[in-house]
Design a protein around this ligand. Structure first.
Ligand code: NI
Length: 182
């Protein structure tokens, strides 16, 4: 049965903490929460369920947003119409990145930020992320474009950083040619 997540608002201090490494084996509670998050994010991106359960669409979540200060991120990426890839990465680290910088043209959103924040968030166009799967096996993910932005956004959450921290207050929007807007 589907159960909506309780997602903390940006005002909660836990969102500004440096999260601790998760340890293996993961607890049953942690595993259940991961599963619940995958379901929530998937449903939030399917119009029928988004409406039925009154969900805000989102593709990523970090455990601190759920009140647990541990280094676990979940991304549900719609790579094609109605087709989703799930990424659950424990103790993720960006081990390499492109020099090219991009930004989402429409800006970024966050399920913990319940207001519109305008501005471009500069991100690496491509990142390689290493970490562990739920069973403790080492994994490596190469991400580009929108998925790369999602990984950087979620990993920032583990370090107490919210997306708007990275928007230049004096000049929130890049001009054509300064960086690539996607
Ligand atoms: Ni977020």
């Amino acid at each position: 049965m589907f159960k909506k997540l309780d997602i903390l608002d940006e005002k909660e201090p836990i969102l500004r903490e440096i999260a601790k490494d998760a340890t293996f084996p993961l607890s049953k509670k942690e595993k259940n929460l991961i599963k619940q998050t995958v379901d929530h994010l998937t449903y939030s991106q399917i119009e029928e369920y988004e409406k039925k359960y009154d969900l805000r669409p989102g593709m990523g979540m970090a455990f601190p947003q759920l009140g647990i200060s541990k280094r676990i991120i979940i991304i549900v990426h719609e790579y094609d119409d109605g087709k989703f890839d799930n990424y659950v990465v424990i103790n993720p680290k960006i081990v390499s990145n492109s020099s090219e910088i991009i930004a989402a043209e429409a800006g970024e959103g966050c399920l913990s930020v319940n207001r519109d924040v305008d501005g471009h968030v500069p991100r690496y166009a491509r990142v390689t992320v290493e970490g562990f799967d739920e069973d403790g096996n080492m994994i490596r993910v190469r991400a580009r474009e929108e998925l790369a932005i999602a990984f950087q956004h979620e990993i920032d959450h583990l370090n107490g950083i919210l997306f708007f921290d990275k928007i230049n207050k004096d000049k929130p929007f890049f001009k054509e040619g300064e960086i690539r807007l996607i």
